[in-house]
Design a binder for this molecule. Structure first.
Ligand SMILES: [Ca+2]
Ligand SMILES: [Ca+2]
Ligand SMILES: [Ca+2]
Ligand SMILES: [Ca+2]
Length: 422
């Protein structure tokens, strides 16, 4: 609880923090330069939108920007946050080097592996029915899922073989942008914080989410929701769990341009009116599925929406978190209209940075479960649109009475979902 309050405080402080850097979606570059001759300007280099980072110390600059005809939108370059819960248990890192599938209650809940305390067991079978789902579909290695997060441990034995590889760069020349996508040597994705080709995770959150989607099967450690997938780690969240809007815009633009079919977003804190809406709309129009964490403020998202989860963009799936008994996780947001489904999100065991594994909690963990499920569905039937995929995920979910009125659907069921499209 303490940390939830801390996170909430941070939210408010950061969103009102003084800033002299703004993001501007330009309408007319020439008139903009004429109107704001003193402002510094730096293009974000997006392929899909003409966005600049603009700097000025002038008081009231943002409102002056917003009145200008030379721009379509202007906003503070806001801070965005991962959607995990930092409870005591999480601070006790699990350094177990020989973890087991049996710890992954979200895939197979034995009742024992999902217990919250020794005297409060979970409910056997209260999981996403992964084993039965895998009898139908395990994914394919053309399915690219962008993990828009803190990067990933590129050398993790349980992630390595399922990473996306940019072949042109892998077989190309060092220091040269071989595929001419605007980024040099981006073999496995990109680091949009440090502007380098190595998206190695300094936080652990991105590695955890990546493992939930696609940890390698039949080697060591754990299993991902997908056995076969290409994970594209796009790093915009720093070691402290905070990322910038300008960096996430670059990451999403990269994902769109480089073949991602699904975007997994375990973060929030974006403003309602944002250039992010325009960019995610471009992604949506290109048929990309967008999965987002509903957030951990234990609020009704219909009244207190968290973005990007609550954006009304076609194909955006907002995911809340459940515990091992199938109840809503205490921290999870809910919303009859703005949360689409629930997925397991409490004490989820997955890969962590530096070759490790860790138990983490949050809607951050629930969202990649659904991203992986959509990956399975899309592998089974590539012709399904993001709207159809979203509908199928909702329709095939288990409508547990305890989740009544807390979301559009219930707790996701990968087996029933695949059965529905078989
Ligand atoms: Ca390149
Ligand atoms: Ca190169
Ligand atoms: Ca780096
Ligand atoms: Ca494994």
């Amino acid at each position: 609880m303490k940390n939830i309050i801390k996170a909430a405080c941070c939210f408010f402080l950061c969103s009102s923090a003084f800033s002299n850097e703004y993001l501007v979606l330009l309408n007319n570059e020439k008139t903009f330069k004429k109107d704001f001759p003193k402002a510094s300007m730096e293009s974000l280099g997006l392929k899909n939108l003409n966005v600049y980072k603009v700097g000025s110390k002038e008081a009231g600059f943002l409102s002056r920007l917003r009145k200008s005809n030379s721009i379509l939108k202007a906003e503070i370059d806001s801070d965005l946050y991962t959607s995990i819960i930092e409870d005591e248990k999480n601070l006790n890192e699990n350094l177990d080097a020989d973890p087991l599938f049996s710890k992954q209650w979200h895939l197979e809940n034995t009742g024992w592996n999902s217990r919250t305390t020794v005297i409060v067991p979970g409910v056997k079978g209260e999981d996403i029915k992964a084993k039965k789902a895998w009898e139908i579909e395990t994914g394919n290695s053309d399915m690219i899922i962008a993990v828009i997060d803190s990067g990933a441990d590129l050398n993790h034995p349980d992630l390595k073989d399922n990473l996306w590889i940019n072949q042109a760069e892998k077989n190309g020349v060092k220091g040269v942008d071989d595929d001419n996508n605007g980024y040099i040597d981006d073999v496995y994705g990109y680091d949009f914080i440090n502007d380098d080709h190595d998206p190695t995770d300094d936080n652990g959150h991105g590695s955890h989410c990546a493992g939930v989607i696609g940890a390698v099967h039949e080697n060591q450690g754990i299993k991902g929701v997908m056995k076969n997938v290409r994970l594209m780690p796009l790093k915009f969240i720093a070691a402290n769990g905070i990322g910038q809007m300008s960096a996430v815009l670059k990451a999403i633009d990269y994902a769109i341009e480089n073949g991602a079919q699904i975007l997994s977003n375990s973060w929030g804190g974006a403003p309602k009116e944002s250039i992010l809406v325009d960019l995610l709309t471009v992604a949506s129009e290109k048929g990309i599925s967008i999965v987002a964490a509903a957030g951990n403020s234990r609020n009704d998202s219909d009244r207190f929406p968290i973005y990007p989860a609550a954006y009304e963009i076609p194909g955006v799936v907002s995911v809340g978190a459940t515990m091992g008994r199938g109840t809503k996780a205490t921290f999870s947001n809910f919303g009859k209209v703005s949360v689409d489904v629930f997925a397991p999100g409490n004490n989820i065991y997955s890969t962590f940075q530096k070759g490790r594994y860790k138990t983490m909690s949050g809607t951050s963990m629930a969202a990649p479960i659904v991203a992986g499920m959509i990956g399975l569905a899309k592998s089974l039937n590539p012709n399904l649109s993001h709207k159809e995929l979203k509908e199928i995920v909702i329709e095939s979910s288990d409508r547990l009475p305890i989740l009544d009125n807390l979301a559009v659907g219930g707790r996701v069921n990968a087996y029933k979902m695949l059965q529905a499209i078989q």
